[in-house]
Design a protein around this ligand. Structure first.
Ligand SMILES: Cc1ncc(C[n+]2csc(CCOP(=O)(O)OP(=O)(O)O)c2C)c(N)n1
Length: 534
């Protein structure tokens, strides 16, 4: 069988294709982005960058009900955005298998929080699988589709940064096996969640969890006891933590969990009976540990291991009193100088933030490359909560009356973020008669996550030309007077300054779009054009 070195994200895309996935939808977000970027290159898959994660999941639910095996991808905070459909998706179930990949980011390499998505599986009563390397990611995603159809449920597949971006060997036969064809058939009792039908569905969901827990323990193949020679301690672990543990303790007794919800309670009990002491090794929150304790089994976990950040073999070795295989004294003495992130040389956001700083504005910020406007030398961002919050936090500040010395408040948001969740904030400002100044930084791409197109860029995930959101028409649609709308050049500081000053003197809501193509994107496009010309 052909062996390939693959990242976890590549393996998920390859596995989904092998399982006959016909629809892929997602919103970019590190570390999940490359799943869809890979999937889009496979034949016979309809892939899209959706406007946001809620939209992606709803498109995914529709595709599944239409009979297609469907993959939906997002990062952990994206699952917050998709939480509304997620909770009811479990009630509705599936037609074609529906797999939702969520990638967590322990240590927050590229995120605003460190939430643990396993809680979503528990709260939404959905099964969750957690592979430990690329080979498992490849197999699990295929198994997830079968499982989704077998139990009539969406299946969550959890990744973390090291799994998504780390590489390992995958046996990939590069063979696509299509499931039998399915079509949409009307079934309001199953698909229309009015309370009467939802009550029945909830009962089904609870039974399904019990069925899956029993199946998970005995038949699923996702969980296994690996007894070593030493039974003085047994480790329960999952995900990349398993890979680290095996690296430093190849002989240890381990219960490896590939399915982290519902937990295989019978198997856990059996394992606990075989060892003298149970230690749960899991990154982030004590999800498994609490469940094991709730079963009346004594165990340790977070008393030994940190709740925050990510694990690595050396740290795990010290915390658990195991010796890492790698002799630290022989490690290559490479000292990497710290490189704090900064806006790139030539970045169009730079002049905007210099101007905002000089104006002494209170800036309600948002998420994207431009969040770096918080750092010196700009130091001109005052809040950043979640995608879309720049517009709405500005409105809250306005109604609070708590902005002192009548300082100007400017809501700053990028183009992709605006399309993702800024538009509803704009409508809210217009509806409630707010006076905010909204500044959209349109650099022609979703730069932060690696230059994905979005609804403002005029191209699809496949690079095909499509509609591009018209800010001027949107401004008109929400009743912004013509004189309160302006599109300016992000590379012209004088123009930025004059426009912002003028808009701040106006009464009512105003919208300014500062355009300037991302320098890296420009360079990449030039290279591509050169490549296609030669
Ligand atoms: C809910 C959610 N989904 C995805 C992300 C990942 N993410 C952060 S910013 C961003 C978009 C940035 O693009 P844009 O607004 O165009 O700004 P740019 O980086 O191009 O300046 C994305 C996808 C996130 N932080 N939160």
């Amino acid at each position: 069988m052909p062996k390939e070195l693959m990242s976890g994200n590549e393996a998920i895309a390859a596995g989904a294709w092998s399982a006959g996935v016909r629809v892929g939808a997602g919103y970019p977000g590190t570390p999940s982005t490359e799943i869809l970027e890979n999937l889009k290159n496979y034949p016979d898959v309809s892939s899209e960058w959706s406007v946001n994660e809620k939209v992606a999941l709803e498109v995914g639910i529709g595709a599944s009900l239409g009979g297609a095996r469907t993959l939906v991808t997002m990062k952990h905070v994206g699952l917050n955005v998709a939480a509304d459909p997620l909770f009811t998706a479990g009630y509705v179930g599936v037609n074609g298998g529906l797999v939702i990949v969520v990638a967590d980011d322990p240590a927050m390499h590229s995120s605003q929080n460190e939430q643990d998505s396993r809680y979503y599986a528990i709260a939404a009563k959905l099964p969750m699988l957690e592979p430990s390397d690329s080979a498992e990611a490849f197999m699990y995603v295929q198994a997830a589709f079968s499982m989704s159809e077998r139990f009539d449920t969406p299946v969550l597949l959890r990744s973390t940064t090291r799994l998504s971006h780390g590489q390992s060997v995958v046996d990939n036969p590069r063979k696509r096996v299509m499931p039998g064809e399915k079509k949409f058939t009307a079934n309001p009792r199953k698909y229309v969640m009015i309370p009467a039908f939802a009550r029945e569905a909830h009962v089904r969901v609870e039974q399904r969890l019990l069925d899956m827990a029993a199946w998970s323990s005995r038949e699923s193949g996702f969980n296994r006891i690996e007894m070593g020679s030493d039974d003085s301690v047994g480790y329960i672990t999952s995900g990349v933590a398993y890979t680290y543990l095996r690296e430093i303790a190849p002989e240890a007794s381990v219960l490896k969990l590939g399915m982290v919800n519902p937990l295989p309670l019978d198997l856990i009990r059996e394992f606990a009976g075989k060892v003298k002491r149970v230690v749960v090794v899991e990154e982030l929150d004590p999800v498994i540990e609490n469940a094991v304790r709730a079963m009346g089994i004594q165990c340790e976990g977070k008393s030994l291991l940190p709740l925050t950040g990510e694990f690595e073999p050396g740290m795990l070795g010290s915390a658990l009193g195991l010796t890492p295989l790698l002799d630290e004294s022989r490690a290559f003495p490479l000292v990497i100088p710290p490189r704090p992130p900064a806006l790139c040389a030539g970045c169009p956001h730079r002049d905007v933030f210099t101007t905002l700083r000089d104006l002494g504005a209170i800036v309600t910020g948002d998420i994207g490359c431009y969040t770096l406007g918080v750092l010196p030398p700009y130091s001109s961002m005052d809040t950043c909560i979640d995608m879309g919050a720049s517009l709405t936090v500005a409105q809250g500040l306005e109604v609070s009356g708590g902005v002192m010395d009548s300082k100007p408040v400017v809501a700053v948001i990028g183009d992709s973020t605006f399309a993702h969740s800024g538009i509803t904030g704009l409508v809210n400002a217009a509806y409630n008669g707010r006076k905010s100044l909204i500044l959209i930084l349109d650099n022609g791409t979703t730069a932060m996550t690696g230059m994905q197109p979005n609804p403002t860029t005029g191209v699809t995930i496949h690079g095909k030309e499509t509609f591009s959101l018209r800010y001027d028409l949107l401004a008109r649609a929400v009743g912004i007077p013509e004189e309160n709308f302006r599109e300016i050049n992000a590379y012209k500081p004088d123009e930025i300054r004059a426009t912002l000053k003028e808009m701040l003197s106006k009464d009512g809501l105003s919208l300014v779009v500062a355009r300037g193509t991302c320098v890296i994107f420009k360079r990449r496009q030039a290279k591509q054009q050169k490549g296609s010309a030669s």
